[in-house]
Design a protein around this ligand. Structure first.
Ligand code: NAP
Length: 314
């Protein structure tokens, strides 16, 4: 397994990570145990969850149980900020909320530290200096090792860096945003900002929820238990003709070089210097195995340029 540095930090993460939002939502504890065991076995070290995943807490609880004593061997990333209950005091990025949220996450995860604690969404009602100083206090206390942003715009990444410098607090080392071969919008503002301010991109929805795995084919029956099948209307939007047009071109590119669409979805992201780890979700251990193998394809400059042209559609 290839390792990369996470932003401007000394932390190394596996280039293929595991997204854990299926735990407690699509799959139960027994299936989670199998997925996590396979990920550990395959050398995955970055596990990404959030307090809200799995119906408010289920994913963290299941991940903590599945890891057990292996928790010390991995980089555990979680997030806070989405509503965890009713009312204004149960969400956001205020000092009050963060101090409560971190304790709840630590308890559910069954650990006394979080390696990467991420702001799930920008909180327009809390000054970013309050959020940064609260997170810095957690770093000082040893409850959190590194901090990251998620769903921040480019200007918010830049603003956070300057305010952290002014306050002398920890800086965000990662930016988790929607990024895959069907959706490259973050290359306009977020990627340049993350590069300039020392944050790695952690792309979410790297497989476009399965559209980039090769298991959905135009005109063919949908797989029974695929996410885009069970999502109904939302899934249909992803399975559009425009997306199939692009997936078919990308598949032809990959197959001409002896690879699959899945290899290209991982390999293209993993080959970008600004991407530290491809945190794809999985519902079965076989998927984890395929995903780790796919992440091994390192595209050369010519291949990256060609794929860049094929998938460009801003
Ligand atoms: P994704 O990685 O694009 O898609 C994952 C899904 O694709 C799996 O659940 C599985 O679904 C299918 N799949 C995976 N590997 C496969 C394979 N080898 N063959 C066939 N199908 C395969 O989307 P995601 O899991 O939602 O996103 C990744 C992670 O990003 C999440 O787990 C979460 O940690 C994070 N995330 C963050 C945010 C944010 O706002 N920060 C938002 C969304 C996600 P089925 O088996 O069900 O078809």
């Amino acid at each position: 397994m290839r390792m990369k540095s996470l932003g401007r930090s000394g932390l190394k993460v596996s280039v293929v990570g595991l997204g854990c939002n299926n735990f407690g939502m699509r799959i139960d504890q027994a299936a989670t145990d199998l997925v996590v065991a396979k990920a550990l076995d395959q050398g995955i070290t970055l596990f990404d969850t959030a307090d809200a995943y799995g119906n408010k807490g289920g994913s963290e609880t299941m991940l903590g149980k599945a890891l057990g004593a292996r928790r010390k061997d991995i980089v555990l990333a979680t997030k806070f900020g989405l509503p965890m209950g009713e009312g204004d005091l149960m969400k956001g990025a205020s000092r009050r909320y963060i101090m409560n949220a971190v304790e709840a996450s630590l308890k559910r995860l069954g650990t006394d530290y979080i390696d990467l604690y991420q702001v799930h969404f920008p909180d327009p009602e809390t000054p970013i200096d309050e959020t940064l100083s609260a997170l810095d206090a957690l770093v000082t206390q040893g409850k959190v090792r590194y901090i990251g942003s998620s769903n921040f715009a480019g200007w918010q990444i830049a603003e956070s860096w300057y305010i952290a410098r002014e306050l002398g607090t920890s800086k965000f080392v990662s930016a988790q945003n929607h990024y895959n071969l069907l959706d490259r919008k973050i290359e306009q503002e977020v990627v340049p900002a993350a590069k300039a301010y020392g944050a790695s991109i952690l792309p979410y929805f790297p497989l476009a929820s399965g559209m980039l795995t090769g298991k959905y084919r135009r005109g063919a029956d949908l797989p029974n238990d695929g996410r885009l099948t069970v999502w109904g209307e939302r899934g249909k939007q992803m399975l559009s003709d425009a997306n199939f047009d692009l997936v078919e071109k990308l598949t032809a590119f990959a197959e001409a070089r002896g690879h699959s669409m899945l290899d290209l979805a991982f390999g293209w992201l993993a080959s970008q210097p600004h991407v530290a780890s491809v945190i794809a979700g999985a519902t079965k251990p076989e998927q984890v195995e395929m995903n780790v193998a796919a992440g091994a394809w390192e595209l050369n400059a010519e291949e990256l340029a060609e794929v860049g042209k094929i998938s460009f559609r801003w």
